[in-house]
Design a protein around this ligand. Sequence first.
Ligand code: ZN
Length: 90
Amino acid sequence: MNEPQQVNVDLSQAEDIVCENCKNYTFQEVALMKRLSALVSPTGKEALVPIPVFACNACGWINARFLPASMRGTAIAPPSADASQLKLEV
Ligand SMILES: [Zn+2]
C-alpha cells in the first residue's frame, strides 16, 4: 500500500446541517464567553475565555451539536488541557 493517501469527499453524500430552530442553512462564527474567576484561573487573575461556536445566521440559534461536549451537559469546563484541574461555576 504505497499509494499516496488521498481522501475524496463526496459532499453530495454529506448531511446538510440546518438550524434546529428555523431550518436556515447558513451559520456564522460567534464566541461564547466564559469568565474564569481569579480563584480557579491558572494565572491567578480573572480571565475571559472565548469559545468559538457557530450560530445560525438568521436567528442566532446555536445547535447543540456545535457546542463543546463539555457544555452540553451540566458540567461546564473550559476546553483547555488542564480541564480536569479547573471547574467553572455558572
Ligand atoms: Zn435559525
